[in-house]
Design a protein around this ligand. Structure first.
Ligand SMILES: NC(=O)C1=CN([C@@H]2O[C@H](COP(=O)(O)OP(=O)(O)OC[C@H]3O[C@@H](n4cnc5c(N)ncnc54)[C@H](OP(=O)(O)O)[C@@H]3O)[C@@H](O)[C@H]2O)C=CC1
Ligand SMILES: CC(C)(CO)C(=O)C(=O)O
Length: 344
């Protein structure tokens, strides 16, 4: 057994499942929590199987539903979808030790919500970009390696964040310990918004990003996000080929390079479609849109940054969620039309 306090993973799906299985394989004591009873049962009997091109492993782990869980934990990873964060926290907080903290292994700015619930001093920020899919009870596809960054919200390099960084390096050897976690989270807000645009289509992420007809919309969406980040005083960090400066300045050559890199990276993954696409087309359920990129237009309104293309994107995702339209190859193409923000 490796040193350190036991680790609680709250949300044992694609992201949390990979974390828990890899930590446990390295000898850490890990407890998994999930609301899907059949998944929990499989994890503690036959084990959690991680499969795909990155690596294959099976770990039998202690696991519970939130109702079954007992005890208090110091090291907690939260890996539920962004719109489940508040509900998860309600059940999680009684299990958080006095000196415990929650690491958000999620997309979006959930650190704000977690800090509201448990205090900023008990919240650690984390950016995750490896690709994974929950395939069924006890079974997760680890589709591709991807960036991970972890940092305290105030940028300080504390012993506990160094400890979490060391853990995350078990999953991604190049995981970064950062003094600018908000920069990574906003980099992913920009890139993530593009993934929402790709999910308006049935195409793979790379095919959707490659369509010239969608380029103006993609640029407008990324631009609005990066203008907002800057207005909020954040310096976004480039991730997975997404170049914040290219989207901020809309420099054509730099954008071409950025798109080429995002497309090439997404061609190398066994996870061809985003989690958003899977929610819409495979799992047929609501996406994280409101809790993830939906907060951007609200923040934008507060600081005078209009976000018309992002707002249209959010409306289109709602249209699909609520059955008013279906995914279509050209659905993203018109998002920037007539806004005067077209890229030329
Ligand atoms: N998958 C990926 O490749 C990536 C995902 N992310 C982000 O990581 C986060 C997690 O996503 P992902 O792992 O894909 O999601 P999954 O749906 O695969 O896993 C989340 C798990 O948490 C469960 N859950 C929901 N509510 C609760 C609750 N209150 N208490 C305990 N468990 C709960 C879910 O059940 P149910 O399914 O019934 O809701 C599900 O089993 C998201 O923010 C996502 O955007 C970031 C980078 C890549
Ligand atoms: C596609 C991916 C893994 C980012 O690369 C993602 O964040 C998602 O599926 O939501």
């Amino acid at each position: 057994m490796s040193g350190g306090d036991p680790i609680l993973i709250w949300g044992a799906g694609a992201i949390g499942g990979v974390l828990g299985a890899v930590f446990a394989r390295a000898g850490h004591e890990v407890h998994m929590v999930d609301i899907v009873a059949g998944h929990v049962a499989r994890i503690r009997t036959e084990g959690l199987r991680i499969e795909g091109p990155v690596e294959t492993l099976t770990q039998i782990l202690p696991a519970s539903t939130p109702e079954e869980l007992t005890g208090r934990y110091r090291r907690v990873f939260l890996a539920v979808k962004a719109h489940h964060t508040e509900a998860a926290l309600q059940a999680l907080v009684p299990h958080l030790a006095e000196d415990g903290f929650v690491v958000s292994a999620q997309n979006g700015l959930n650190e704000r919500v977690i800090a509201e619930a448990v205090g900023a001093h008990r919240t650690i920020g984390c950016f995750v970009n490896y690709g994974a899919d929950w395939l069924g009870p006890g079974q997760i596809l680890f589709g591709n390696r991807g960036g991970i960054a972890v940092g305290e919200l105030d940028g300080s390099l504390t012993p506990r964040v160094r400890d979490i960084h060391a853990l995350l390096r078990l999953v991604e050897p190049d995981a970064v310990l950062t003094e600018n976690i908000w920069g990574y989270l906003w980099g992913k807000m920009g890139y993530g918004a593009l993934l929402y645009a790709t999910a308006l289509t049935p195409l793979s992420m790379s095919d959707a990003m490659e369509r010239p007809q969608a380029r103006a919309a993609h640029v407008a969406i990324g631009h609005e996000m990066m203008v907002l980040a800057r207005r909020l005083g954040v310096t976004p960090v480039g991730i997975y080929g997404f170049d914040p400066e290219a989207f901020l300045t809309r420099d054509r050559a730099r954008l071409d390079t950025s798109f080429a890199r995002m497309i090439a990276n997404n061609r190398r993954t066994a996870k061809t479609h985003s989690g958003i696409y899977r929610d819409l087309a495979v799992r047929r359920r609501k996406t994280e849109v409101d809790a993830q990129i939906g907060i951007a237009p609200v923040l934008g309104a507060g600081v005078g940054v209009p976000m018309p293309a992002v707002s249209r994107l959010i409306e289109r995702i709602h249209d699909i969620e609520e059955g008013r339209c279906v995914q279509h190859e050209a659905l993203a193409d018109t998002l920037a039309e007539g806004l005067g923000t077209e890229w030329s």
